[in-house]
Design a protein around this ligand. Structure first.
Ligand code: RNT
Ligand code: ZN
Length: 411
């Protein structure tokens, strides 16, 4: 079917594809830098530690800031639209001696800002509370040792300054996400103490001065991690309560709940009480929370909720890492999958479906929900890509394979 035929078919059910194309082009997704080098960063040569792990040793991973920037540029050249890049504090660019986490400053991220200006992307940020000797016992902001806590509090505050620097330089508010791996492998005897210490430390961080219009702090919850199977300090309930009280936003990571939980169902409640929802789009498989996202039911459900409640009310960030496949392909596939699911959701007559629900017309609702799945989404997607000058189908992989041969395999 051609785009014009698809346009007519959608018009019949009250969907204006021209508006959809415009709306989709306005959604910026924050692409995570850490897929490009297996969450290693530029401070140590070791991999990530702290409840997360990357597996696989596919060749060609970025080893320097320049390589990572080039790989991100390559990925972005195959993703329609204007997007953001999400950096972690361990990706600072250090000349000579590496500044420790509590000494990080905007200057360590100037090369990223210069690159972002050139590449036309905006930046988001994350303090890094893992892959560090002072996080080796699994406790950072909730550590019983006040000196260790003070170190990480300082890190949290320094990162607010870096986020503000990004926002000012790039003229776009910067979302800064706090995820602490803190937890215990086995049943703790005191669940309250660490949470109290965590809240106290977070207070010290967020009581620091920062421009509330430019910096958007987020707090991410997690059910369990590798080595912290029995207890995490920043559980979902902790995050909901703390974020609400402190007036910051909670962040939902799709991989951080029981595998049978419907994360999409949480969105409307978050939106009601926080006003905005921050999201790590990810895919849990068994015990891993971060597989490359696919166009599966979970992603579809999340995208539907985002669309129904207005994409402007969301901070959409990807979060996964796979070292067993081409890393640039992992980015491109994930970003395009996210966009495709948003598009599918936008191409539904959402008001009409809502009306069926309210009228108790559940037969029609079920039938229509299923029938719309087979509408010509791909023709509208092809048009979206055509207008953006991007390949619509899998031919983008050829470009990545060429890059692999010419650049990645020479590393
Ligand atoms: C870990 C969290 C966290 C990290 C990144 C690297 O389970 O999801 O968001 O993936 O900060
Ligand atoms: Zn996450």
């Amino acid at each position: 079917m051609s785009y014009n035929e698809a346009k007519k078919k959608y018009a019949k059910i009250g969907v204006d594809t021209e508006k959809v194309l415009k709306d989709l082009s306005e959604i910026s997704i924050s692409m995570h830098c850490w897929q490009g080098d297996d969450v290693c960063g530029f401070e140590t040569t070791g991999g990530a530690t702290g409840g997360i792990q990357t597996t696989g040793n596919y060749p060609g991973k970025a080893r320097t800031p320049q390589e990572l920037m080039a790989d991100i540029d390559m990925a972005m050249s195959l993703i329609p639209g204007k997007h953001r890049v999400n950096l972690h504090a361990c990706y600072g660019v250090h000349e000579g001696k590496i500044a420790d986490r509590d000494k990080l400053e905007p200057k360590h991220f100037k090369p990223w800002v210069d690159w972002a200006k050139k590449s036309g992307v905006k930046l988001d940020f994350n303090p890094t509370f893992f892959s560090h000797p002072l996080a080796a016992d699994g406790l950072t902001l909730s550590n019983p040792d006040p000196k260790v806590r003070a170190f990480w509090v300082k890190h949290g505050i320094q990162c607010l300054k870096i986020a503000e620097y990004f926002a000012k330089e790039l003229n776009s508010p910067c979302a800064i996400n706090y995820w602490m791996p803190d937890g215990y492998k086995d049943e703790p005897s005191d669940r309250l103490g660490p949470r109290k210490r965590m809240a106290e430390s977070l207070d010290k961080i967020f009581n620091a001065k920062y421009d509330k219009k430019k910096v958007i702090p987020l707090l991410e919850s997690k059910l369990f991690g590798i080595g912290v199977e029995s207890y995490t300090v920043c559980s979902h309930e902790f995050v909901m309560g703390y974020a609400m009280k402190k007036g910051i936003l909670g962040l939902l990571d799709m991989g951080h709940f029981h595998i049978s939980e419907n994360v999409a169902d949480k969105i409307s409640s978050f939106l009601m009480f926080f006003g905005k929802v921050a999201f790590h789009i990810s895919r849990p498989v068994r015990w891993d929370s971060d597989h490359v996202i696919r166009q599966n039911d979970d992603l579809r459900a999340a995208a539907q909720e985002i669309v129904r409640m207005g994409p402007k009310n969301f901070i959409i960030a990807l979060d996964y890492f796979d070292a067993s496949i081409n890393r640039v392909a992992a980015w491109v596939l994930g970003m395009r999958n996210m966009q495709k699911e948003l598009l599918k959701a936008m191409l539904q007559p959402n008001d009409a479906l809502k009306a069926m629900q309210d009228a108790g017309e559940f037969t029609s609702q079920l039938v229509m929900q299923e029938e719309f799945k087979n509408y010509p989404v791909s023709d509208v997607w092809a048009e979206f890509c055509r207008r953006a000058g991007m390949p619509a189908d899998e031919s983008w992989l050829k470009a990545v394979q060429k890059y692999e041969k010419e650049v990645l395999l020479k590393r």
